[in-house]
Design a protein around this ligand. Structure first.
Ligand code: GAL
Length: 896
């Protein structure tokens, strides 16, 4: 009786929990969409029965904090995105086999719901191999230890693990009602990632694997289409998609599939010691416009926001922690201008064409010149035979006019009208008549981000804070503590074996660091031999990656950096026993290539000491003691709870720089909302933690002096070496500390430093767009929103075709001063403007009146606005440079 009664109660409780769960689910899906179906045909993805032209924004949720997500999604939507795309990061979700993590930055359900409740769709790329410059391409490192496993091929253990995880994610999404047919935002999925690029080394088994992966995915019954990118042999019911800098020539492997571009690389990733990539906005817009011009229907920016590789999530090897990617939203969540604004205009132009683009099954191609062409989307008529009256009454006609000449502009005639096309550009004509946008004409503002404190901000700091400011730099603290990291063995958790073990087999990637320790006996004869022959013994290692530090008797005698490089390190021994310590380090695990799980890390081949009297010593067979990781790491001395236990002592200025040291200090956070960066430019290599949050590895490696072009010419095909910046400077000095990890005061900063640096020079920077510029001429097009509001049924018409210059500071910032304003023929570019022969005297007052004290403003580019025509018969331009400050400093700033 009792049993059944209590069972009844449990049941009752269960039912009410269920009812609540359903209610919650219904509420959340009610916040999103009415359930809708997704399918596709040869032309486009079909959403709720309608073909769509879709703009997608790549954002990887763990590369930001949940507190940043809403703003990133809102900025994507405002920029014109319809879809957010993300990978799913297996190693983040299942750090230990069977133990899942869906919390914090890995709260994927929350992320997907935020996307849905913003009215955006989601493309979920489950992989679960994702590449992504993410540690081990997203695979958990424990996967290597599954008996008999071979990754990404016809292999039962691998298939079982892969299926288990993919199923887990699909089921989670289904339970949370996140698929479109449940009223959620997920319209599309992805299985695998660019497998086509590595398939051939796997032979027949690779082909079988593709078939298996597709069928496995489809069998999960997710009810939305699946994509495989770069997979020319994708089976019939999976869409093969394109990735690259350009995808306008791409044809899927069947007529029944639409043309999708899953990764438009709008910048590139960066490795330590590398230059910073920059893809010009004009070329990026050109690539996107060409894609839609030539039949594309879904395009995703990889990345729209790149973010940060916190913790040890960077892949590589050698990928830096910043994954800024030169994306339209920068690493810190601020708009990257003019990229963001120029693409926003482009998206609005494409949206104006959408009715025609979806109505036509194919564009009509017209050759306009040797390197000029038009693609016209219209229904049921032949454009070439049309007269002007006919096409005007044609309700759905949109055209793209391209000039693919890399050098020269061209004037072309299209439907009886002349169009001027800058080199390497596309003009978009949503009504086959009016150009509303040209990819090479940037009307959007340029923003220059600054990270130094500016004077007005100082008013907000306490006396204590101000005392750490010298020469305009805010050093984080004047008092630091330090503790040495032991060289070699620090725990009882060590073992000794004969021979060299593979690095990852020992560390399981719980740490970057692995100590290999052995003892060398040096006789009197050896010493005499070296003196007599004037030679030094040399340590040679056939091959190693990523960083090796060699210690003899506790002293660091050499370092080697490389990816499977040979080591030749002269050494010096004393008579008797010598401790030889090799510290092998990983700097992000491999994330790309066939068989990359077999790569391992650390050493390969023989380790020898050459130059001994009795010949070489083969150390590969010696007895080695292994110690994984650092003492400080394993005692968590970077956390609020554990750090006191570490035996810190005060750091004095004369005690630096030292190697293998921990440093800690406490600091107060800066007021305001600007993103915060830690400037570690004074340090060498290591890792840093703030309030126990691992902000990542740092390394002050300098980029090559040469290879950055003086002028970045947008024309011609882009590659990741074109237009790079930052030559001769450290690749990365600033490290993002998300605001949500900071408290007002007493933030704990702990740094582990390997090579020596000066913590007293560590400073904190607030990042914001302090300088904004605009440059718009009479020959620019009117703002896109004006067209968007016009009646689209016939040809689009607007009364007022005045171009406008728009300026906007970051949120909670206002324009505090106008540094330059000239309506006439100003010369130069942002921060280098100068007046030309023609200049309207009212320029400064008109701009000041419109903009000062405001977060955003606009000025019409016309003589009327500036009182009179300053130079008749000449095309006039307005150029403005303005300065933004935090709104709370506005009053003070205006007085400056
Ligand atoms: C692609 C890959 C992405 C990313 C990109 C480079 O090949 O699919 O995950 O690694 O390259 O940023």
């Amino acid at each position: 009786m009792g049993g059944s009664r209590s069972r009844g109660l449990v049941e009752c409780a269960l039912i009410s929990v269920l009812v609540m769960a359903i209610e919650v689910a219904q509420t959340s899906s009610a916040n999103m969409f009415k359930p809708f179906n997704v399918s596709y045909d040869h032309r486009a993805i079909i959403i709720d029965g309608k073909r769509r032209m879709l703009i997608s924004a790549g954002i990887h949720y763990p590369r930001a904090t949940p507190q940043m997500w809403p703003d990133l999604i809102a900025k994507s939507k405002e920029g014109g995105a319809d879809v957010i795309q993300t990978y799913v990061f297996w190693n983040g979700h299942e750090p230990v086999r069977g133990q899942y993590n869906f919390a914090g930055r890995y709260d994927i359900v929350k992320f997907v719901k935020l996307v849905g409740s913003s009215g955006l769709y989601l493309h979920l790329r489950i992989g679960p191999y994702v590449c992504a410059e993410w540690n081990f391409g997203g695979f958990p490192v424990w996967l290597r230890d599954v008996p008999g496993i071979e990754f990404r091929t016809e292999n039962v253990p691998f298939k079982e693990e892969m299926q288990r995880f993919v199923k887990k994610i699909v089921e989670l999404m289904r339970e949370e009602m996140l698929f479109s047919w449940q009223g959620g935002p997920i319209i599309m999925l992805q299985i695998e990632n660019e497998y086509g690029d590595v398939e051939s080394p796997y032979g027949q088994r690779g082909k079988e694997y593709v078939k298996w992966a597709s069928q496995m995915a489809l069998d999960l019954g997710a009810g939305v289409p699946w994509v495989m990118c770069k997979q020319p042999d994708a089976p019939d019911n999976i869409i093969n998609a394109c990735n690259g800098f350009y995808c306008d020539g791409f044809k899927p492997n069947s007529y029944n599939k639409p043309v999708l571009w899953t990764e438009n690389w709008d910048g590139w990733y960066t490795t330590w010691g590398g230059r910073l990539p920059h893809r010009p906005a004009e070329d990026l817009a050109f690539a996107v416009a060409r894609f839609f011009q030539r039949g594309g229907s879904f395009q995703n920016y990889y990345m729209y926001f790149g973010g940060t590789n916190f913790n040890r999530t960077s892949g590589g090897p050698f990928d830096i922690t910043s994954y800024d990617y030169d994306a339209p939203i920068d690493e810190y969540g601020l708009l990257s201008e003019p990229k963001w604004g120029h693409l926003k205009d482009l998206h609005a132009a494409i949206k104006l064409c959408e009715p025609a683009l979806v109505a036509a099954d194919l564009p009509q191609y017209l050759k306009l010149g040797p390197k000029q062409e038009a693609h016209v989307y219209h229904v049921g008529i032949d454009i070439e035979g049309l007269n002007l009256t006919q096409y005007r009454s044609e309700s759905r006609c949109s055209a793209f006019l391209a000039n693919i000449d890399e050098r020269k502009a061209a004037a072309v005639t299209f439907l009886g009208q002349t169009y001027y096309l800058p080199p390497w550009s596309v003009s978009i004509l949503p009504d086959c008549r009016n150009t509303v946008f040209n990819t090479a004409k940037v009307g959007a503002q340029t923003s220059v981000k600054m990270v130094d404190f500016d004077l007005p901000l100082l008013a907000h700091f306490s006396a204590q804070k101000q005392s750490t400011i010298h020469n305009g730099v805010s050093y984080i603290s004047k008092s630091w503590m330090t503790v040495k990291e032991p060289i070699g063995v620090w725990s009882e958790n060590i073992f000794t074996v004969q021979g060299i073990l593979e690095h990852l087999n020992v560390t399981k990637d719980h740490s970057d660091y692995l100590w290999y320790i052995t003892r060398i006996y040096v006789s009197d004869d050896d010493i005499a031999f070296w003196e007599e022959k004037e030679v030094r013994p040399t340590l040679t290692i056939d091959s190693m990656r990523d960083v090796l530090r060699v210690f003899i008797n506790g002293k660091l005698i050499g370092s080697v950096i490389g990816h499977w490089v040979k080591v030749v390190q002269p050494v010096q021994f004393i008579k008797g026993y010598n401790d030889l310590l090799l510290l092998s380090q990983t700097v992000g695990l491999q994330n790309y290539g066939a068989f990359f799980e077999k790569d391992g890390a650390g050493f390969r081949g023989q380790i020898k000491l050459t130059g001994f009297r009795n010949g070489d010593l083969d150390l590969s067979k010696s007895s080695w003691t292994y110690q994984v990781g650092l003492k400080g790491e394993f005692l968590n001395i970077y956390t609020m709870e554990e750090n006191e236990k570490a035996g810190w002592s005060d750091l004095t200025l004369d005690a630096i720089p030292t190697t293998f040291s921990w440093y800690k200090t406490y600091f107060n956070s800066a007021d305001g909302t600007e993103p915060v960066a830690l400037d570690l430019g004074s340090m060498g290599k290591g890792q840093a933690w703030v309030n126990g949050h691992h902000i990542g590895r740092y390394w002050t490696l300098v980029a090559p002096k040469d290879g950055c072009q003086r002028i970045c010419d947008y024309r011609g095909p882009y590659n990741s070496d074109k237009c790079t910046t930052n030559c001769g400077k450290p690749t990365q000095s600033w490290y993002h500390i998300p605001r949500s990890w900071l408290q007002a005061s007493d933030n704990l900063l702990v740094i582990f430093e390997e090579t020596g640096g000066n913590p007293f020079d560590v400073s904190i920077k607030l990042r914001s767009a302090q300088i904004i510029c605009g440059q718009v001429s009479e020959s620019h097009y009117p703002p896109l929103w004006k067209w968007s509001q016009s009646d689209f049924n016939a040809s689009i018409l607007i009364n007022d075709t005045t171009p406008e210059l728009h300026l906007r500071c970051d949120d909670e910032h206002v324009i505090a001063s106008i540094k330059f304003a000239s309506y006439g023929t100003p010369q130069g570019s942002c921060q280098k403007f100068s007046k030309g022969n023609c200049h309207a005297p009212s320029s400064f007052s008109v701009v000041s009146e419109a903009c000062l004290g405001r977060n955003s403003c606009y000025i019409g580019i016309s003589n009327t606005v500036f009182g009179s025509d300053p130079c008749r018969g000449i095309v006039k331009t307005l150029a403005v440079e303005a300065r933004c400050v935090s709104s709370s400093n506005n009053v003070g700033a205006l007085k400056l």
